[in-house]
Design a protein around this ligand. Structure first.
Ligand code: ADP
Ligand code: MG
Length: 147
């Protein structure tokens, strides 16, 4: 899938927001500037969040709860995660009971964590558009790809 610009990434994020269910994991892979946070902004906007979305690089986890969003969601940036103990402290399993996780730099987590996730990779093209590829677990079979 090709994303021409930031608006296209936001629009896809909004579409993704409509198919989300509690327990979902979305892994966003791509270099700095590929559009991981932009896509997440679209998802949050689609869930009803109206304000600016900070990048969770320093907080690692940014949580959003109803009523500001339709579904509890944690925006996670694993970039600064160094050991597995730190990962356990994030309480991700609790979030997944009734909410969803959207994560940047998912390669910091064991592959097993992403087994049933929607794994999206964004690549910057020479013309500054983004090429989006995906690998979707069985949980996504009846709802992905959207278009
Ligand atoms: N097709 C596109 N999708 C997403 N972002 C794009 C696109 N084209 C250009 N951009 C720009 O690239 C930057 C992506 O930044 P960001 O979403 O923070 O990336 P990341 O979180 O992957 O580091 C933004 O400045 C955005 O405006
Ligand atoms: Mg980012």
């Amino acid at each position: 899938m090709k994303l021409d610009d930031e608006a296209a990434a936001m629009a896809l994020g909004k579409q993704i927001s409509h198919i989300l269910r509690p327990g979902d994991k979305i892994a966003l892979t791509g270099t700095l500037g590929a559009g991981k946070t932009t896509l997440t902004r679209g998802i949050l906007r689609g869930l009803g969040f109206e304000e600016d979305v900070p990048s969770p690089t320093f907080a690692i986890v940014q949580q959003y709860e109803p009523p500001e969003v339709r579904l509890p969601i944690a925006h996670v940036d694993f970039y600064r995660i160094e050991d597995t103990e730190e990962i356990q402290e994030l309480g991700l399993d609790d979030i997944l009971i009734d909410g969803v996780i959207v994560a940047e730099w998912p390669d910091r987590m064991p592959d097993s964590f992403w087994r049933d996730a929607l794994q999206i990779t964004l690549e910057i093209q020479n013309d500054d558009t983004r090429q989006l590829t995906w690998d979707a677990g069985p949980a996504w079979e009846d709802r992905w790809p959207i278009i």
